[in-house]
Design a protein around this ligand. Structure first.
Ligand code: ADP
Ligand code: ZN
Ligand code: ZN
Length: 767
């Protein structure tokens, strides 16, 4: 049991009690605790502390604020003890956490949960368990320059005094050689073991206040970049690089708008090298873990030991080590990661690169805070006085708009590095082809012939189909019954590989029944097609081709995923078929043909972003073709060849697409001309849900008027047995005030006894 502190009534005769607002990994704002006198000296903002919650549970929290004025309630618990001696969250991070919490309407505790590696935030433990769970970095003895050596002059004086003490002189020189000093007050620590020096010589150096013994966390890797020349840039790349450098003089954010294969990465490499050489850190954000390997390999060639990686496929220990290292060591590192890397300690950070900035995977969708990695990066950069470079061949509308109005710098690169022209795009009408009988199951004749021809020439083919599994639904040939998920309002996808029916929303799966469960006689017929089916047909038509499939199923294990990428990359695989995952920024040299099997799927999303997304997807997947030595070909199969998006994608005309789109968005008021907040209501009871949504609408409508749309039934209106209704709120000014009002309205609804159990989930800037 943990005791309460009683707040003294009369503070004149008692020493002031110190209170700490503590962030806990729970869906709550800060909680206040008293700081016992005996630990006052050991407590600081950003530090980890153990606090009691309820009767027996202990949680690790982070101190957000220290203050002397008492909270409004009188029974207050005390901090049990601090963990470690130093803060593990920097002031910039805390500032960012508060921004994430208010901008994305998420409790501060949920931000902490997302931001800290698991090893730093044990929760709900007993006293013994907390001590066992602490993350303690392994450390080793190290040497750094004594702070009294605070200038180059002083250093030269000291070196002169050592001219007779050979061993000491050599050690100091060796230190300087390894340390690459940028600031005398914050010189890097280098492991003791790297120096060949006797204990006595070392003692003299430290006694003379020349070197300082310290500790360094392991594994220590010298952030030193290999002595290798950077790639030589083409004249166009060089112009872009210079424009970026000049642009950063008066813009904090720059859009590098370069067509696929224009060599944006090579430009990044030059900027990174400059930044690392100046002793600063670079954060490189990618939309997908899938892309990290290729990029890390490419970057290691130039930056070697300075490269650090951070993503969710690492072990908790590895992630905690990266976090800890960034917190405690000097700059000069290139950190490559996905969205969550933006939450790491931003010490020494001076450049953030967000590659493929248009990619919706930058948005966290499954848990709170539903933050966008790109937008968070821009905010973080502003806190750290760092620069942000956004790269894309198909910038998202918001980014393009910000560049067009001059808020961001805009650097354009519209030729491929290789000089090869962008791929030729052929649109093939699936309906007329079918009528003429020119189809080979799901391949229109032109695509079929081109695959054969490409394979014959020994080149590679990529095929895109945005559905995984064998077929998206199965129906009974006798009674027409369709297999549906028992918990979601979606059909079950047939996976032939393991003979299952699977729900892609909740993971429910069953072996496929032999006969129709409804009429018990009919047989089940697969309808439509997914990647597995395409794979099967390819094996049938091209028995000699080496074929691989890359989708969420085959990429489940990292090893398998890497094998598939490597074998395609090295030319061992002839045809790669896959979902979205293959459309991202991969750089494969041998791809001559890209086929999009059913573009209709892309045009159907009931969303204001659908045409933008469809365009991006088609251009991005097409951009994998013909990247080196000959023009590639992209074939789009569709039943709507005249759809404006198909036409724009066919001409690769980003400018036409974006201006049409911006005009529409302005007319109908959508981003970037306003912000959008989606508000999902969820509950098991459909009637209660409807009542809650109607009540909310009645209360919110007078305030928001036509800016509030809904309640509407989303395309999938039941997931995991919970029904869903959705509102969309447009915000064109005073967004902080609007969010505040929205929060108040949600709280009011929750105060209503019958609606307490309704889940209400706001999503700011939904993707
Ligand atoms: P993007 O990211 O713009 O689509 P990449 O950076 O992947 O394009 O470059 C496309 C290809 O061209 C890559 O294989 C890359 O190595 C090559 N490339 C681009 N610029 C250069 C350069 N300056 N020197 C050598 N190769 C380059
Ligand atoms: Zn049946
Ligand atoms: Zn389901």
């Amino acid at each position: 049991m943990y005791k309460f502190y009683s707040v003294p009534k009369n503070s004149s005769d008692t020493p002031k009690i110190l209170y700490a607002d503590v962030i806990l990994p729970l869906a709550v704002p800060c909680m206040t605790f008293a700081v016992p006198d005996n630990i006052r000296e050991q407590i600081a903002v950003g530090q980890r502390v153990i606090v009691p919650i309820g009767n027996r549970k202990l949680y690790t929290g982070i101190i957000d604020r220290l203050r002397t004025e008492a909270p409004s309630y009188s029974r207050i618990k005390a901090i049990v003890r601090p963990i470690g001696t130093n803060p593990i969250v920097t002031p910039e991070q805390l500032n960012l956490w508060h921004w994430l919490s208010s901008y994305y309407m998420a409790p501060l505790g949920m931000v902490m949960r997302t931001a800290l590696p698991a090893e730093f935030k044990s929760s709900g433990l007993s006293e013994e368990e907390t001590s066992r769970n602490d993350f303690t970095p392994r450390s080793e003895p190290a040497l750094k320059l004594h702070p009294e050596i605070d200038s180059e002059d002083r250093l030269h004086e000291v070196l002169d005094t050592l001219h007779r003490a050979k061993a000491q002189h050599r050690t100091l020189i060796e230190y300087l050689h390894r340390a690459n000093i940028h600031s005398y007050t914050d010189s890097p620590a280098i492991p003791r073991r790297l120096f060949d020096i006797s204990a006595t010589a070392l003692k003299s150096l430290t006694d003379k206040h020349i070197l300082l013994q310290t500790e360094i966390t392991c594994p220590y890797v010298e952030p030193r970049r290999p002595d290798i020349a950077l790639p030589e840039l083409s004249p166009a790349q060089l112009r872009a690089l210079n424009s970026i450098r000049n642009g950063f003089v008066n813009k904090n954010v720059i859009l590098l708008h370069g067509v696929t294969g224009s060599g944006k990465t090579e430009i990044y490499i030059h900027l990174i090298a400059e930044t690392l050489d100046a002793g600063h850190n670079v954060l490189f954000l990618l939309p997908e873990i899938a892309l990290t390997d290729q990029l890390v390999n490419r970057m290691k060639r130039y930056f070697g030991e300075t490269v650090r990686v951070y993503h969710s496929r690492q072990t908790p220990r590895q992630r905690a080590e990266v976090y800890d290292e960034l917190l405690h060591t000097s700059g000069g590192k290139l950190l490559i990661g996905v969205r969550s890397a933006v939450l790491l300690p931003p010490n020494h950070l001076s450049l953030i690169i967000v590659d493929e900035e248009h990619d919706s995977s930058f948005k966290q969708t499954d848990s709170s805070p539903k933050y966008h990695g790109r937008d968070t990066a821009i905010y973080l950069a502003s806190l750290c006085k760092a620069h942000t470079l956004l790269g894309s061949a198909t910038p998202c509308a918001e980014t393009y708009y910000n560049a067009a109005i001059g808020k961001y710098g805009h650097v354009v690169l519209n030729e491929r590095y290789s000089g090869v022209t962008l791929p030729q795009v052929i649109v093939s009408n699936t309906l007329t082809t079918a009528k003429r009988g020119e189809k080979f199951s799901h391949f229109n004749k032109i695509l079929f012939d081109r695959i054969a021809e490409t394979l014959h020439r020994g080149r590679q083919v990529m095929l895109f189909q945005n559905r995984r599994g064998f077929s998206p639904f199965v129906t009974c040939g006798t009674c027409g019954w369709t297999a549906m998920c028992p918990d979601c309002n979606v059909s079950l996808t047939y996976h032939k590989n393991d003979s299952t029916l699977r729900c892609h929303y909740c993971g429910f799966h069953i072996p496929i029944p032999e006969h129709c469960p409804s009429c018990s006689t009919g047989s089940l017929i697969p309808q439509g097609f997914g990647t597995e089916k395409i794979e099967e047909e390819l094996h049938h038509y091209f028995p000699d081709a080496r074929i691989e499939r890359l989708d969420a199923d085959s990429a489940r294990s990292t090893r398998n995923y890497q094998r598939i990428i490597n074998s395609f990359s090295s030319g061992t695989t002839d045809i790669l078929i896959g979902t979205q995952i293959i459309t991202k920024g991969f750089d494969f040299g041998g791809v001559a043909l890209v086929g999009i099997l059913n573009a209709d799927n892309l045009l159907l999303y009931p969303d204001f972003r659908s045409s933008e997304r469809a365009f991006q997807l088609i251009v991005q997947v097409g951009g994998r073709a013909g990247r080196r030595d000959e023009q590639g070909t992209v074939i789009i199969q569709t039943t709507q060849p005249d759809h404006p998006v198909i036409r724009q994608a066919m001409n690769g005309d980003y400018e036409v697409m974006i201006h049409t789109l911006l005009a529409e968005r302005q007319t109908f008021l959508y981003p970037p001309f306003c912000r959008v907040i989606s508000i999902i209501f969820r509950h098991r009871d459909r009637t209660l849900l409807q009542r809650a949504a109607d009540t909310f609408a009645a209360q919110a409508r007078p305030r928001f008027g036509r800016m509030l749309m809904g309640p509407e039934t989303p395309p999938v209106d039941r997931i995991r047995n919970q029904f869903r209704l959705q509102f969309l709120l447009k915000v064109d000014r005073h967004q902080a005030a609007v969010k505040q009002e929205l929060t108040t309205l949600i709280n009011e609804l929750h105060n209503h006894p019958s609606f307490r159990s309704i889940e209400i989930i706001p999503d700011v800037d939904p993707q």
